[in-house]
Write a protein that binds this ligand. Structure first.
Ligand code: SF4
Length: 438
């Protein structure tokens, strides 16, 4: 199984892998030795789909040498382009939408008998993959999907069409899965949802769920992604403030700064509301890392409106940002707008935005110099085998000499420098997983 796109897909692939293992299938260590190859796909941008088309071209060649090999496409692109795939890629055996995974073992067995192609892209109002436990690859962080789908219908986004309506899992089942992950040695839990903080199950909303997960003994760090600004309330911020093991960082997608564009995007907030929300976050959660997503070149965006995005960034100075050129997605409302922006203009705007964000990241990171921060050691630094890389509670990467620390340790690190997007420090104290206070 190959996974493309967002963390929801990573979590879904782990879920499918867990289910397949339970049904007697085993993972192959190479694609050439595999009886079946599944691509878990993304449809959020045209580029993501192009990548899959080219990967399918290579798999087709592999299949010509091994005609029995099964090729499956699952996830958002399968849901979005099902007819196109069926017509243009007859060598694809399975096309499965995000709500069809429970049936994969059964469908594979049926395919073995009939060899007929299988298309299953029915979206469900209820499927939350209750009581299916994932086969996790990563050692530190366990992704736990708490809700699926989205009801927001931002005009640029294909997700409500590929993933269907919002539905949430019961608190007890999420707590049980988190407890199980802790029992297996995971120290960090990331709660996932397309719109994670519009979680609601019976009377429980997102703050209640966060509170329940934070009380599980042994959960050292809790993160969540991706929230919608409309659903951030003070209750959520107070729960983060009141639990030391909920990380002091919030991802808050701005998308655009000008009110007219926000309205055209159907983002449900205006610039002033977003600004006051970030102020409230910083008042209630001092030192909170705030990251964002921004799209440049949305249809009709004028130069002045783009400048408003830069002005909002200047006011907030996000700790980090994921920045994108608008990519038209057939089937969405924005794709029908007649005033699309040229690629050249989008490129220029993106470069400006990246430069500004780079300044702000450095500005925020320099404020950490001199502080001693608690870091979870996650991996070896890419640049040096004598250094570790780990994240702070407010989601900043820190590079530091290994000393006696090991992966999984929580260490106190004094920050001595900030360069690029990273902090650099020296270990003051190694505390073997001892810093979480529940
Ligand atoms: S909130 Fe908007 S951008 Fe996020 S998944 Fe829903 S429709 Fe897409």
């Amino acid at each position: 199984m190959e996974t493309y796109g967002c963390q929801m897909n990573v979590a879904d692939s782990e879920l499918v892998a867990g289910m397949m293992e339970k049904s007697g299938f085993a993972e192959s260590d190479s694609e050439s030795g595999a009886d079946a190859v599944f691509l878990n796909t993304c449809a959020i941008r045209e580029h993501a789909e192009d990548k899959i088309h080219s990967r399918l071209g290579k798999l087709r060649m592999l299949k010509s040498e091994n005609p029995g090999m099964i090729i499956g496409i699952m996830g958002c692109m399968a849901q979005h382009l099902k007819d196109n795939i069926l017509q243009n890629k007859p060598f694809v055996d399975f096309v499965l939408g995000p709500d069809s995974y429970r049936r994969i073992p059964e469908l594979l067995r049926r395919h073995e008998e009939t060899s007929a192609s299988v298309v299953d892209t029915r979206l469900s109002r209820f499927e939350v993959y209750e009581n299916l436990y994932p086969s996790r690859q990563e050692g530190i962080n366990a992704w736990i999907s708490i809700m699926r789908g989205c009801d927001k219908f931002c005009t640029f986004c294909i997700v409500p069409f590929t993933r269907g309506r919002e539905r949430s899992r019961p608190v007890e089942s999420i707590v049980k899965e988190a407890q199980q992950a802790v029992d297996h040695g995971f120290v960090e839990i990331t709660l996932l949802g397309q719109n994670v903080n519009s979680y609601r199950h019976c009377d429980a909303r997102f703050p209640e769920l966060l509170d329940a997960v934070a009380q599980i003994p042994g959960v050292m760090r809790i993160r969540f992604t991706s929230p919608h600004p409309e659903d951030v309330d003070d209750d959520m911020l107070f729960v983060i403030r009141d639990h030391a093991n909920i990380c002091n960082s919030v991802h808050l997608p701005l998308q655009a700064g000008a009110d007219r564009i926000l309205q055209r995007m159907n983002r449900t907030y205006a610039q002033a509301q977003f600004l006051s929300l970030t102020e409230r976050i910083r008042n209630i959660l001092p030192g909170c890392g705030i990251s964002t997503d921004i799209i440049v070149g949305f249809p009709g965006e004028t130069e002045e409106e783009f400048d408003e995005t830069l002005a909002v960034m200047e006011k907030i100075k996000f700790d980090s940002a994921f920045t994108f050129k608008y990519s038209s997605r057939p089937g969405t409302k924005a794709a029908e707008y007649s005033d699309h922006i040229s690629e050249e203009v989008k490129e220029v705007r993106l470069a400006k935005l990246l430069d500004l964000q780079h300044e702000h990241t450095l500005f925020r990171n320099r404020q950490e110099i001199g502080k001693t921060v608690n870091v979870l050691v996650e991996k070896e630094s890419k640049k040096s085998s004598s250094e570790w890389a780990g994240r702070t509670d407010n989601n900043k990467w820190v590079i530091f000499p290994k000393g006696s620390a090991e992966i999984f340790d929580f260490v106190d690190v004094t920050i001595i420098d900030a360069r690029g997007v990273s902090l650099f420090g020296e270990i003051i104290q190694v505390g073997k997983k001892s810093h979480a206070v529940v």
